[in-house]
Design a protein around this ligand. Structure first.
Ligand code: FAD
Length: 500
């Protein structure tokens, strides 16, 4: 990169990634840099990506979006977690919630007390003590910061929304902040012969758009970082073998439950995302184990409501770019890599990459230290999420199909097997301190998929059996009391953010 101050940022692509990047840059650096976004209506967007995780609330806060207004305009609903059906074995189900079950006491995680009680005949599962599970089961939702006067945290939530409307909403927001939108298909890229940096892109009709820095948000194609700058792709299909999806909207659910559902299928899994006006559905599968035709039939057979269109196919390869930032170009969104949507992490990755880029954005001159740091942290983040996803496939008793036999027998990274072994031994979680997924998430997925610790943490022995009984009973009582007055999810939406 040259020594002069960066003056012009060009974002190529106007899907969720492009417009989040445009909105955030305009909000935080808009006074110092000119921003132009190029997109092509003729090419369109991937058109999926409707479920999120709680970190999106931080993004909305940074942008200054009004939560209820944004939900009204995107047919949005609230999400307390993901219900996993038939994953550990057929017939099993658990909710990976965004909250903790019970209450951690004296530095000891609640599940250790629960495990101790289970070893002596206590029959309730961990989720009996989950505020989120109780609210989800009753299709209730409300803003709850704390559980009564206890130290228990309240309802942590995220959203479901219509992805197309979300990009449109962000576009209006970004344009208001001064972002220029240019319609057109990029046909070629011009680079500085000495540095190799991108100087400009040329659109159909020969219009040239020059810039000092480029963000590649062109989706799976990765037009700038992949095709032009030749940054390779690290393929993780051997651990996350699904490579295809078919998506179909269906009529809205009779009861708007506040959670995503992910049902395991013989060669993949099916999502159900409740929106105010319709339901989003999709079947994610591995084409090596099932034909597209059969996958489409599986999807339709698994719908709870009437389909509104024919299924739409999407192909992908799970993995990440070797580097995310090369020369004066950063790839964000699907162009940077793809982790399948099982834990709704892609929009989070966009947001996290955008905020990291803003934190490390070079004012001009050099920038190689910032680039190295950016690449290091993005790679680590991708790998931590990858490991969490692999756990869902590896930790299963299912042996009813070739796909599940493959998954349960595959070799996984040491970072995953170590966590499984540690949890199996004593219920402890060996997560990295900066892992996106909290200890409670790892615990829920491991227990939910059938990994039972052999013993509990000795620190959970500090109370007597009678005290333990009383403690568990009190936890249940306070969460029942907290959920009882909550409105239904439907009532809450009608009162605050009814679709417009
Ligand atoms: P796209 O939406 O593909 O946008 C690419 C943009 O680049 C478009 O505007 C296009 O017009 C433009 N473009 C491309 N080539 C050119 C060119 N030559 N000239 C000009 N413009 C060009 N994420 C979640 O967080 N939650 C989910 O529940 C979820 N579910 C998913 C399910 C599936 C099956 C898949 C595949 C993904 C899912 N994702 C999910 C991921 C999510 O869809 C994406 O992260 C998100 O939509 C961002 O996409 P994007 O903006 O990177 O790419």
């Amino acid at each position: 990169m040259g020594e002069s101050k960066l003056q012009k940022l060009v974002i190529v692509g106007g899907g969720t990634a492009g417009w989040i990047a445009a909105a955030a840059f305009a909000r935080l650096l808009g006074r110092t840099i000119e921003i132009e976004l190029v997109e092509s209506d003729a090419i369109g967007t991937v058109g999926v990506g409707e479920a999120t995780i709680p970190q999106i609330i931080r993004l909305n806060g940074i942008l200054g979006l009004d939560e209820y207004d944004f939900l009204k305009h995107t047919h949005g609903t609230f999400k307390l977690g993901i219900e996993f059906v038939d994953w550990g074995r057929i017939g099993s189900s658990y909710l990976h919630t965004f909250g903790d079950a019970g209450l951690n006491l004296a530095g000891v995680p609640f599940h250790q007390y629960w495990k101790r009680a289970s070893a002596t005949g206590h029959t309730k599962d961990l989720w009996h003590y989950s505020l989120h599970r109780l609210a989800a089961d009753q299709a209730k939702f409300g803003k709850l910061d704390r559980v009564g006067s206890t130290a228990m945290t309240g309802l942590a939530y995220a959203y479901h929304f219509d992805a197309g409307l979300y990009a449109k909403y962000l576009r209006a927001f970004a344009e208001q902040l001064g972002v220029t939108r240019t319609e057109g298909i990029v046909t070629s890229v011009t680079r500085d012969p000495e540095s190799g940096d991108i100087d400009s892109i040329t659109l159909e009709g020969e219009r040239e758009v020059a810039g000092d820095f480029f963000i590649d948000c062109t989706g799976f194609r990765a037009l700038l970082l992949g095709e032009e700058l030749g940054v390779g792709y690290r393929d993780w299909s051997k651990w996350l073998p699904c490579n295809s999806a078919q998506a179909v909207p269906s009529e809205r659910l009779d009861t708007l439950v506040p959670y995503t559902r992910a049902t395991a299928k013989p060669s993949g899994w099916q999502w159900r995302i409740p929106l105010q006006h319709r339901t989003g559905n999709g079947h994610v599968y591995c084409s090596g184990f099932i034909s597209d035709e059969e996958a489409g039939q599986t999807l339709l057979a698994g719908l709870d409501t009437k389909p509104l269109t024919d299924p739409r196919p999407i192909r992908f390869t799970t993995g990440r770019r070797e580097r995310f930032w090369s020369h004066n170009c950063v790839a964000i969104g699907l162009s940077s890599g793809f982790l399948e949507p099982l834990e709704s992490t892609s929009i989070h990755l966009i947001q996290s990459h955008v905020s990291r880029l803003i934190q490390l954005f070079p004012r001009g001159g050099g920038g190689s230290a910032e680039r190295d740091e950016y690449n290091r942290r993005c790679a680590q983040e991708f790998e931590q999420i990858r490991d969490f996803l692999i756990l869902h496939y590896k930790q299963t008793e299912r042996d009813d199909s070739e796909f599940w036999n493959y998954c349960s027998h595959m070799d996984v990274p040491d970072s995953v097997s170590h966590k499984q072994e540690l949890f199996a031994s004593s219920g402890r979680v060996g997560r990295d301190a900066d892992d996106l997924f909290r200890e409670a998430s790892w615990v829920q997925v491991m227990l939910g998929q059938g990994l039972t610790p052999a013993s509990h943490d000795p620190m959970a022995d500090s109370m007597s059996d009678a005290q333990l009984d009383e403690f568990l009973g009190n936890v249940r009582t306070v969460i029942e009391k907290a959920v009882h007055p909550l409105p239904s999810h439907e009532q809450f939406l009608a009162q605050h953010c009814q679709s417009v």
